[in-house]
Design a protein around this ligand. Structure first.
Ligand code: BGC
Length: 787
């Protein structure tokens, strides 16, 4: 007691002392003084104030919680703290990948602060259209700017290593090139408004089970070729203002405390100049530890590794850092570097540069953007007998499946947007002039309301935002009722819905695989409608991969709509009616069986109910790299997607067949069908594999044609450099393009290769020499698959 009173006294005195010092010396002021002068003038307490975030005031509720200060943007996830004495203003960070996540209502304020729910990351990526993604970024960026936020906590571009990852919907692909190119376009779009992004979660945050401390054992080659590559592309092409480190450990070290990751690779090799922040409570082993004031993350290791800012920041982190600064147990230069990066960011922030925001973004225009973008991310998985587009508007459509009546705009957790509305499938179809069966609607609507309310109450009890997500049960269907509907309706539409989010991975049963209630629904509807010679169309309103092999033959068409944002129902109706021609393609494999994925042997790790360790034994054989090389037949392969028209590929040309440092690949694509459409063109490469084992082919470039009218063509050109040809050779710490014959394969998917051409590399080319990094903390040699 005596001691703590004493301590308090000392702290109080110190504070008084610094205030007196400040008035006497006239503290340098932010904006006038140089960054070095500011840092020199800072007390240890002020340094900690700037490197440890201010918590999450106003995040959860309509008003700040008791004792919390007033906040500029309610619902924002955090920011940097102000230091009044030095004139340093606060700045604001808010989620997330599908649009700005803020609280839509404020106390004693008649205005609303809704943001647009854009399609989820997977949907955006499925467009394979980087120009389009840049324009989505521009729309999102306007909302960030106009709501007074400095940094959007997005994009999220972790690799979809396994279909069960609960946050796959936020991510882009199982392939790093797709992830990197989409992320780069997104960042460019947002940052064009002079607001920041936070590229996350760096790196290898590929599961939610035990995400705060799971130790991922990954080889350096897999890190560099698969888990870092997308981030590398985005850093180099788009320069995100900030990077958010992942929660997990990589080879025994927290990502937020990994010098290899944050300094050797990110800064020294890639030349990154911006700010690095932790994910929220990153470096704490679990949520229990955050609540326990005696525990604290290793802020010294984090800062010395190059992680500048701890988010959202705890009191324990602050006092630990203050002590380390005072005792000299933290590298002074590292603290200085981190302070400099935070101050450089603050100086560039809209808070400082502009300071004006309207709280009135153009939500109307953005609703149009999300409506059309979502259609471009939709993937036509099946369309037997050209049942789609369905143009007949006389007669009624029998609409089945709970989700048809309660469409899912996006996933849960920090990636969820507080949008003003979501257009359901039936609303979308109605808006497009289709007549929906009224009896079905009358039965479904109250049923869905009831089961949804039950599920929401369950989630609220289980942690709210961070609760697991369970699928609502399908409404049971009586066979004779469905038989009547089959007689009376033109066509059947069934929606299968899935949702997931932070903190929990998806389950194999009743999630990846359909539940028995869903199987029964498909069987009942398909039997009844086919008996009448009528078609069945399935809409997949999902955020991640599900099993399709056992039921796809029972239905006539499958449209993968993903979680398409707030205009979802209208977007689906646009494709359903043919107003838009679907041009999305899969950015991941849809396997026949979950266990066909090489990663399934090690997901979510060991022990399965509370994984402490996860070994990426599949090495680089992630997604199609595995399926194609080991000839495992998928249900739908990486890169696959149908269209209402057809395309022909011709005139594949290489600028040289004797590769020196660059080759230009060009190919002509012609619309040979009856309606206008766009085609995603994929360039794969098969490389000689003498030094190291290699996948049978890897994606090296992609592009999308403009909308081609029937009969029209476009020639797409791609450039491949030595680094594109190279694989990472661990023994030499280098990216090497081996000598030998390379086959350039241009295709409509990873297995539907249309044209090939060979080229030769006459001697080994070292495309890039790098540092040795990511030494594995366990022996991976005996467990690795062929690499
Ligand atoms: C998530 C981040 C998010 C942060 C702030 C964390 O739980 O992993 O993606 O940006 O919270 O909301």
């Amino acid at each position: 007691m005596r001691n703590s009173v004493l301590k308090l006294g000392v702290v109080a005195l110190a504070a008084v002392g610094s205030v007196q010092f400040a008035t006497a010396q006239k503290a340098p002021q932010f904006g006038k003084a140089s960054i070095d002068e500011l840092i020199d003038a800072m007390t240890p307490e002020e340094k900690a104030e700037l490197l440890i975030g201010p918590g999450m005031p106003g995040y959860a509720g309509l008003v700040p919680l008791e004792g919390e200060p007033d906040v500029r943007v309610l619902g924002a996830a955090g920011g940097t703290a102000p230091i009044e004495r030095l004139g340093i203003p606060e700045t604001v960070f808010a989620d997330g990948p599908a649009g700005l996540r803020i609280q839509p209502k404020r106390k004693n304020d008649p205005n609303t602060y809704y943001a647009t729910a854009f399609p989820v990351g997977t949907s955006l990526a499925s467009s394979w259209n980087t120009d389009l993604i840049e324009s989505v970024g521009e729309a999102m960026g306007e909302e960030v700017k106009e709501y007074g936020v400095d940094v959007l906590l997005a994009p999220a571009l972790n690799i979809q290593r396994n279909p069960l990852n609960g946050r796959n919907f936020e991510y882009y692909s199982e392939d790093p090139l797709v992830a990197g190119k989409i992320a780069a376009a997104y960042i460019k779009g947002i940052q064009s408004h002079k607001v920041g992004t936070s590229m996350k979660h760096f790196a290898a945050n590929n599961q939610e089970s035990n995400r705060l401390s799971v130790n991922a054992h990954i080889t350096e080659r897999a890190m560099r070729e698969i888990y870092l590559k997308g981030f590398e592309i985005a850093v180099k092409e788009a320069k995100p203002w900030t990077v958010m480190t992942a929660y997990n450990k990589i080879d025994g070290i927290y990502a937020s405390a990994s010098h290899d990751l944050l300094t050797t690779v990110l800064r020294d090799e890639w030349g990154y100049k911006g700010l690095v922040m932790t994910d929220w409570f990153g470096g704490y082993p679990g949520f229990g530890a955050i609540m326990d004031s005696t525990q604290v993350s290793d802020v010294v290791a984090q800062i010395e590794a190059g992680n500048d800012l701890m988010m959202p920041g705890t009191a324990a982190q602050k006092s630990k850092l203050i002590q380390a600064i005072k005792n000299g147990t933290i590298d002074e230069a590292a603290v200085r570097n981190s302070l400099r990066r935070v101050l450089e960011y603050v100086a560039a922030s809209p808070t400082v540069k502009d300071g004006k925001y309207s709280n009135k973004p153009d939500l109307k225009a953005h609703a149009e953007v999300t409506r059309s973008v979502a259609t471009e991310g939709m993937v036509l998985l099946k369309n037997e007998g050209d049942v789609l587009p369905f143009t007949k508007k006389s007669g009624t459509i029998a609409v089945f499946g709970d989700t048809s009546y309660s469409f899912i705009a996006g996933g849960t957790g920090s990636g969820d947007v507080n949008e003003a509305y979501t257009i359901s499938l039936i609303e979308g179809l109605n808006n497009a002039g289709y007549k929906i069966d009224k009896d079905l609607q009358a039965a479904y609507v109250p049923f869905v309301e009831k089961v949804t309310a039950e599920e929401m109450a369950r989630r609220e009890k289980n942690g709210g935002l961070l609760s697991d997500v369970q699928r609502i049960p399908e409404m049971p269907l009586a066979k004779d009722m469905v038989a009547k509907k089959a007689k009376a309706s033109e066509v059947a539409v069934i929606t299968i819905g899935r949702n997931a989010g932070e903190q929990h991975d998806r389950k194999i049963a009743n999630d990846f695989y359909l539940g028995q209630d869903e199987v029964k629904m498909i069987n009942t509807v398909a039997d009844a409608f086919h008996a009448e010679g009528k078609k069945v169309i399935v809409i997949l309103n999902i955020g991640g991969v599900i099993e399709t092999a056992t039921w796809k033959d029972k239905v006539d068409a499958i449209l993968l709509a993903w979680q398409p944002g707030q205009e979802g129902g209208n977007s689906v109706a646009d494709v359903f009616s043919g107003k838009s021609n679907p041009s999305g393609k899969l950015t991941m494999t849809f396997p026949v069986d979950y266990y066909n994925h090489a990663s399934a042997a090690n997901f979510p790790g060991f022990p399965a109910n509370d994984p402490k360790e996860v070994s990426y034994e599949e090495g680089i054989y992630v997604g199609y790299r595995y399926f194609n090389t080991f000839e495992v037949q998928p249900s739908y392969e990486f890169g696959f997607g149908g269209s209402y028209t057809t395309f022909e590929y011709s005139d594949l040309k290489l600028s040289t067949t004797n590769f020196k440092d660059e080759v230009e690949v060009s190919v002509k694509v012609t619309n040979t069908g009856d309606v206008a459409g766009k085609e995603v063109v994929q360039v794969y490469l098969s490389a000689p594999a003498n030094m190291v084992d290699k996948p049978s082919e890897e994606l090296k470039a992609f592009g999308k044609t403009k909308k081609l009218k029937p009969g029209k063509s476009e020639t797409l050109t791609f450039t491949l450099t030595a680094k594109d040809l190279a694989s990472f050779v661990d023994a030499q710490s280098a990216w090497i393009a081996e000598k030998g014959t390379y086959t350039v394969k241009v295709g409509a998917s990873s297995t539907d290769i249309k044209l090939t051409n060979d080229m030769n590399v006459s001697k080994d080319i070292t495309a890039e020499k790098v540092h040795n990094a990511f030494d594995t903390d366990v022996d991976m040699k005996n467990v690795l698959m062929n690499n």
